[in-house]
Design a protein around this ligand. Sequence first.
Ligand code: NAP
Ligand code: GDP
Length: 339
Amino acid sequence: MLILDIIILMTKSAVITGISGQAGSYLAELLLNKGYKVYGMKRRSSSLNTQRIDHIFENKNLELVYGDLSDQSSIDNLIINTKPDLFFNMAAMSHVRVSFDIPNYTMDVTGTGVVRILESLRKNSPDTHFLQASSSEMFGGMNEVQDEETKFHPRSPYAVAKAAAYYMVVNYREAYNMHVSNAICFNYESPRRGETFVSRKITRAATRIKLGLQDKLYMGNVHAKRDWSHAKDTVDAMFKIATAPTACDYVVSSDENYSIEQFLDKAFSKVGLNYKDYLEFDEKYLRPTEVDNLLGNSSKIRKALGWAPKYTFDALVDEMIESDLELAGHELLIKNNKK
Ligand code: NAP
Ligand code: GDP
């Protein structure tokens, strides 16, 4: 056997669905740094949307494969061809507000998509360790603090789909003894967060307003509270869960929460502005049912797997503002060059 063949056989491999998304991109970096061969499932789009992974595109250990969670054959082919050591499901229709507009699609991709993966793993690669990106939205914010024992009360099509997927993972673990786990993630953010989620919408607005590119910020309910982490800390927890000796479900959270108003205040203060001078209410950003309060208790993963977040809330907002200031600077340059 050639040395190259032996190296290939020894190299561990991982599949990431949703590799073009926020978490998928950080997870890809983490796994490549640890020496994994990474297969990323990418869905077809009419224009390029690989900005979050452009910087690792040339890495010889990264391979992108077309697929879609609504398409069983693409999932089967990916699993049969790769038989990965680890499988991270980061793909989803991930926007709570939008899930009220497209509930069928959300249920199909965010919910049934997970059944498609689990069934394929059971038949084709039962030893693969599987990690599902579950969501704190499943709790619905009814309790003051939420942990692994808290009852679910999903309050959006997104949350219902995530709860269905959560229970499927538990069932496959119990029924087939597979290493499949849920990371019950509270909100996680970063400079790579989609621009229609509240954190990024705020940091984009604060920095664009600062540079004269925007006048106002239109928002919905700013009284809701969220438990925010940095996406890098969250994917670190996901890796620990997937590689733990025993499969289990864990809450992943910072264990602190802040209102949207507090996020606004912090972000605008960092660029020397008062958010109250720019904030306007628009009812189109309200949800038919809101989740008012999310606050995690992550003591289980901290104790069992030694995980702890590295970022504080302040450091998270700092990094997002810094990155969006740079982005707004480029925008301004382009605008001025056009004049
Ligand atoms: P994101 O940035 O919205 O990324 C979602 C990814 O899923 C994108 O790569 C997207 O592809 C892909 N995708 C969407 N529909 C698909 C389909 N039908 N087939 C295949 N891929 C599809 O989300 P994120 O913030 O990285 O979150 C990752 C996961 O964690 C999601 O499952 C989300 O629901 C869950 N989660 C997130 C949070 C949070 O606060 N961020 C909290 C709890 C749980 P395109 O690039 O083509 O759109
Ligand atoms: P979610 O926690 O997964 O729904 O993440 P989001 O970032 O989309 O929303 C967080 C909270 O911000 C929710 O309580 C929203 O109702 C609230 N919010 C208020 N105004 C806005 C807005 O303009 N856009 C978004 N996305 N959320 C908003």
